[in-house]
Design a protein around this ligand. Structure first.
Ligand SMILES: Cc1cc2nc3c(=O)[nH]c(=O)nc-3n(C[C@H](O)[C@H](O)[C@H](O)COP(=O)(O)OP(=O)(O)OC[C@H]3O[C@@H](n4cnc5c(N)ncnc54)[C@H](O)[C@@H]3O)c2cc1C
Length: 434
């Protein structure tokens, strides 16, 4: 919808911002507002907590963002909606044993199902493509796929389908890959329209929504807590922190646990039939390397392409060229394609790579640290915090074991960057010598 171009100063430039279908004219906090629960951050973690509360009849809420709804990762991501966490399934099983890992992993599969249900129930207009996700094998080794398929089935009861190299080449026309696993119970969508559509539902059911309302200070020393912004205050009983990788430093007990890590996305110009020739599959695709590419078709025949991560605070000057090179390794025919949009986003990681979901002290909650795998899991986290507040449910305690470790201060980004390079190098070695 082109009219959005005129109002897009609100969002960093991206394909998603330019194709918004919802107008969001939510006000900033002015003066004193009294609600039962204040939610700080209107990415998916905050939005899903708000919706979870509203669905449980707890409608006295204020959802606040310092920017706009879905301005952070939630309005910029790859749009993959699938199970799992940033922590790999193998690490999950190693840490918890198969039975507990299965239970925790299953929460994310249920979250995908709940997202599917809510899109229908609230008629969210977000270009959903319910056609699965392909995990394409970068390496020749087919055993890698069989082992992973067996591991997911036997340990986690997750059933991914094997696609032989021939079967895959009918779906992705690239010589780069050697077969794949197909995750059928996954989908992809327009993430910003999803965030805006859900927020519209929240507002229509009585939730208060505020933008341009940076929380500068929180006074949680009394039973009535005070959430302070530049021009007003929210007085409340409960606070839920949901600021992700954009939280800054305003609440040190939580902010010191978050390590912001960047990742990058671009979209090509519309490619007409060329896209059908190269990527007949409607599924979203990522590959078997640690430092994987991820991509999918958009409904106007563009290709959305993402990849790379960096703990450096600067966006690479030649970002478009970097991503274009990655693209050309898979689809050499697109080496010179015109790129219409390129953007970055800051994911909020915790060192343990699991979400931080829990209670700090009485009526102070947090729902953060989803890292690079948050579209499904934020719905799960939102449900947990909402049911804890509204129904005194204690399932959030499942996440207690991971805790709130320090992010490593100035050494955190260096450690994260080194780890990425180490695994990138291992990918390179495997490819070179297999
Ligand atoms: C480029 C990119 C691609 C990705 N692709 C995928 C994918 O395909 N699938 C997947 O599952 N995950 C993906 N992710 C990860 C996923 O998007 C995130 O895990 C998820 O969106 C995190 O949601 P969140 O609500 O925690 O954080 P965010 O969406 O970042 O929201 C945090 C919000 O809090 C607000 N805020 C912060 N501090 C304050 C304050 N003091 N006062 C008020 N507001 C505040 C910010 O303005 C922001 O809007 C991707 C991430 C990126 C960046």
């Amino acid at each position: 919808m082109d009219f959005n171009r005129a109002v897009n100063v609100d969002y960093p430039p991206s394909y998603y911002a330019d194709t918004r279908k919802y107008i969001n004219d939510y006000p900033a906090v002015e003066g004193d507002i009294e609600v039962e629960t204040a939610i700080i951050g209107a990415g998916y973690a905050g939005i899903m907590t708000a919706l979870g509360l509203i669905e449980r009849g707890h409608t006295s809420i204020a959802l606040l963002d310092k920017n706009k709804i879905g301005w952070g990762c939630s309005g910029r991501n790859g749009g993959f909606v699938f199970g799992g966490y940033s922590l790999s399934p193998h690490a999950l099983v190693k840490q918890l044993g198969a039975a507990k890992a299965k239970e925790i992993y299953a929460l994310t599969s249920s979250a995908v199902e709940l997202i599917r249900k809510r899109i229908k129930q609230y008629q969210i207009d977000c270009d959903v493509v319910d056609k699965g996700v392909i995990w394409a094998n970068w390496f020749k080794d087919q055993k890698l796929l069989f082992d992973e398929q067996q591991f997911m089935r036997d340990k986690l009861d997750i059933h991914w389908q094997y696609l032989s190299p021939e079967e895959l080449s009918a779906q992705i026309v690239s010589e780069r890959y050697h077969g794949a696993l197909f995750e059928p119970d996954a989908m992809h969508f327009h993430p910003l329209n999803f965030a805006l559509g859900v927020t519209q539902t929240i507002a229509s059911k009585g939730g208060l929504v505020f933008q341009d309302s940076e929380v500068l200070h929180v006074d949680d020393s009394n039973s009535i807590k005070i959430v302070k912004t530049a021009n007003g205050r929210v007085l409340c009983k409960n606070i839920v922190f949901c600021g992700g990788g954009y939280m800054g430093k305003f609440y040190p007990r939580l902010c010191r646990t978050i390590l912001p890590v960047a990742t990058y996305v671009m979209t090509t110009e519309p490619l007409a039939e060329q896209l059908d020739e190269l990527l007949p599959s409607q599924a979203a695709v990522y590959d078997t390397r640690f430092a994987f590419d991820y991509y999918r078709r958009l409904k106007d025949h563009r290709l959305l392409w993402g990849g790379r991560i960096s703990a450096n605070t600067r966006t690479p000057a030649d970002l478009e060229n970097l991503l274009r090179k990655d693209l050309a390794r898979v689809f050499p025919q697109l080496a010179k394609v015109k790129v219409d949009y390129v953007w970055d986003g800051w994911m909020g990681y915790c060192r343990h790579q699991m979400p931080e979901i829990g209670q700090l002290s009485e009526n102070i909650w947090y729902n953060i640290a989803y890292g690079g795998h948050g579209v499904g899991p934020t719905t799960m986290g939102g449900e947990m915090i909402a049911s804890a507040i509204a129904e005194n449910d204690s399932s959030y305690k499942m996440f207690k074991r991971w805790g709130l470790p320090w992010n490593g201060g100035i050494f955190g980004p260096m450690a994260a960057q080194s780890q990425y390079w180490w695994f990138e190098w291992k990918d390179w070695l495997k490819e070179r010598f297999e």
